[in-house]
Design a binder for this molecule. Structure first.
Ligand code: M7G
Length: 328
């Protein structure tokens, strides 16, 4: 379904804010007003997928008189919109025959620019950790006990995790304020629901939003106790209602889950269309919010104590720590 009546999402100027803000503070720093990819020089192709029509690049950019900066650039061909198919087929000037055999023929169609969008995500300046996050690598399962979390993982994430400045920018309305879909302002039990920057918001087939909780300091699933049940229930129920109202997608067609491990250690919940094969929905990473709520209702310390299994990439420093501790 094509989304015709969206919030002010077509605002190109704002879309440029949809980038990781790195450690450099507010939403307007870094890329500034100049072309965000000026002087781009490709260093490596981190990953590509012909099936998903995506490519992840590491490059260097130079602004006017600035030093070269590392950047991660993600290019993704936009999905087709049913409503634009007829004009695409009827009006495309270029339809080049490539092969004809009996009743079969293959053409190359060159769409007009407005129907030929490439979603471009830029992370600049990118840290080493960003570059590694997108690099295709072998992955290994780790079984993290509650003790392992305290002794290995927690000290590690406290010293090494990604900046969450972009999260604070959203909560403080310094970035993406015009994209907010729903807000419950309660400081303890409230949250902001906003389109994930993986979603171009043009069709609901690949709908992807995130709910970012207002309270600070809840790093992940591991920190949750029964005290957080009102917050989690608000996210579940109010998030579903807001999505029904805005996008006409009922709760039973949404996959609502938390990641463990997340990339960003400020509690947030993912809302994706059930039919969408979004990255990160595998069993070793996604924890359904309704299950999380039930588990905490049964045992307030469920996530503090239980063993959680997840995958780490070969060169992740946390995997090295687990290996050094003889845990995998
Ligand atoms: P995660 O589980 O911490 O990590 O989810 P993942 O990226 O490995 O899944 C964080 C979610 O926040 C992801 O779905 C990101 O696409 C999304 N996200 C990350 N950044 C930097 C932004 C941003 O600046 N704006 C928005 N709207 N979403 C973001």
């Amino acid at each position: 379904m094509l989304l015709m009546t969206m919030a002010p999402t077509g605002d190109k100027r704002k879309r440029e804010d949809d980038t990781e803000n790195g450690d450099s503070g507010d939403a307007k720093s870094s890329a500034g007003t100049q072309h965000p990819l000026s002087g781009f020089r490709l260093q490596t192709v981190l990953r590509e997928s012909a099936r998903d029509k995506t490519i992840f690049l590491h490059g260097q950019v130079t602004g006017d008189g600035q030093d070269a900066e590392d950047a991660v650039v993600i290019l993704e061909r936009a999905p087709f919109h049913v409503d634009t198919i007829s004009p695409l087929l009827a009006n495309s000037p270029e339809l080049k025959l490539q092969l004809k055999n009996d009743i079969y023929s293959v053409y190359q169609l060159t769409p007009p620019p407005e129907l030929n969008e490439v979603k471009t995500t830029i992370i600049r300046p990118a840290t080493d950790k960003h570059i590694k996050k997108y690099l295709r690598q072998e992955i290994y399962l780790v079984q993290e006990t509650g003790e392992d979390y305290k002794n290995i993982t927690l000290p590690f994430i406290e010293s090494q995790s990604f900046s969450i400045q972009w999260v604070y920018n959203i909560l403080e309305k310094k970035a993406e304020a015009d994209r907010i879909v729903y807000e419950n302002p309660d400081p303890e039990h409230g949250f902001i629901l906003i389109p994930d920057f993986k979603w171009n918001q043009k069709q609901v087939e690949d709908l992807y939003l995130i709910a970012i909780c207002n309270p600070r300091g809840i790093k992940s699933l591991r920190d949750l106790t029964a005290d957080h049940l009102p917050l989690l229930k608000n996210i579940l129920h109010e998030g579903q209602e807001a999505i029904l109202k805005r996008y006409s997608i009922p709760g039973n067609q949404l996959r609502i889950y938390l990641h463990y491990q997340p990339s960003y250690y400020h509690l947030h919940v993912h809302f994706t269309a059930l039919g969408h094969d979004a990255p990160g929905i595998t069993v070793e990473r996604a924890h359904l919010l309704c299950d999380v709520i039930q588990n905490l209702e049964m045992d307030s310390r469920y996530y503090a104590g239980r063993t959680l299994t997840y995958a780490l990439r070969a060169d992740e420093a946390l995997l090295k720590q687990f290996k050094e501790a003889g845990k995998c």
